[in-house]
Write a protein that binds this ligand. Sequence first.
Ligand SMILES: Cc1cc2nc3c(=O)[nH]c(=O)nc-3n(C[C@H](O)[C@H](O)[C@H](O)COP(=O)(O)OP(=O)(O)OC[C@H]3O[C@@H](n4cnc5c(N)ncnc54)[C@H](O)[C@@H]3O)c2cc1C
Length: 284
Amino acid sequence: MSYLKALNLRQAVALLRGNPGRIRVVAGATDLSLQEMPQVALDITALPETTGLETADGFFSLGAALTHSEIANSHPVRHKATALTEACASIGSPQIRNVGTLGGNVINAAPAADAAVALVALGAGAVMINLEGKTREEAVEDLYAGFNQTIIDSGSEIMLKLVIRPCAANEGSSFERFASRKALALPMVNGAARVEVVDGFFRSVRLVLAPINPAPTRLLNLEEKLQGAPVTEETYKKIETEAAAEVEVRASLLRCTAQYRSHLIGVLAARVVRKAAERALERK
Ligand SMILES: Cc1cc2nc3c(=O)[nH]c(=O)nc-3n(C[C@H](O)[C@H](O)[C@H](O)COP(=O)(O)OP(=O)(O)OC[C@H]3O[C@@H](n4cnc5c(N)ncnc54)[C@H](O)[C@@H]3O)c2cc1C
């Protein structure tokens, strides 16, 4: 295997073009190194386009090769896209967070991937560049194609960045997970919410849970029912009792029974919506 580190985007695209069928993009390699390594690994972690963290045109632009530690420690992201910093701070261990990246978390497409859940709840988009140097943007929630699969071909495309609209003054977001340990344990359930609150009522709610399907799963029926619902204890109770009914809850041999997961889904769904709403009210 050869390992190439591109120093600029033009060089990265040229290397991809010059090695069809043999090359694959690599970032932190925390997932890829446990799978079949390609003949040629193309490291994209030194590109300015994949490592920037800025606000442009009112959106956060987060390089796909930013590590979970970098995101977790970003003050602006913590303030206006809190769910993402909470998710990144919960991943693996300090060693994993120091090398594992945001883009890798999405593209590896593990059903329980923590950062991906927060990104979908926040309504993030992803920007990719192809062999012709053309870019395209897709909603993160539309990238999934099956278990451990996305529509991105890492042999001919590079994810450059994730784009998120920061929370406005009446919005808040939150992420939580239940796992058997506080570190180095995949979650039994993880979830995130982004809400907008106006005059004591939910104007909009995005509520995402995993691992339920191969991709982070939005509870679309519940999201719709919550539109216009009052921010009250009754509403949180309704979320707790109705969340699990909307999804097919599977048992996991290693993690938990379906019955326990079903209970956790209700508790976690209500918690993330409540926390996101509290943040929206605090920020007003
Ligand atoms: C011990 C351990 C614990 C872990 N714990 C957790 C956990 O708690 N929660 C969690 O969510 N994950 C966890 N992970 C998984 C992993 O660390 C994350 O998914 C991480 O974010 C992957 O990023 P990476 O940069 O290492 O990806 P890589 O391994 O470098 O790449 C993963 C995939 O994405 C592709 N890819 C990467 N970047 C790009 C890009 N910019 N453009 C195109 N293709 C790209 C690669 O080709 C590969 O297919 C754990 C892993 C380990 C080993």
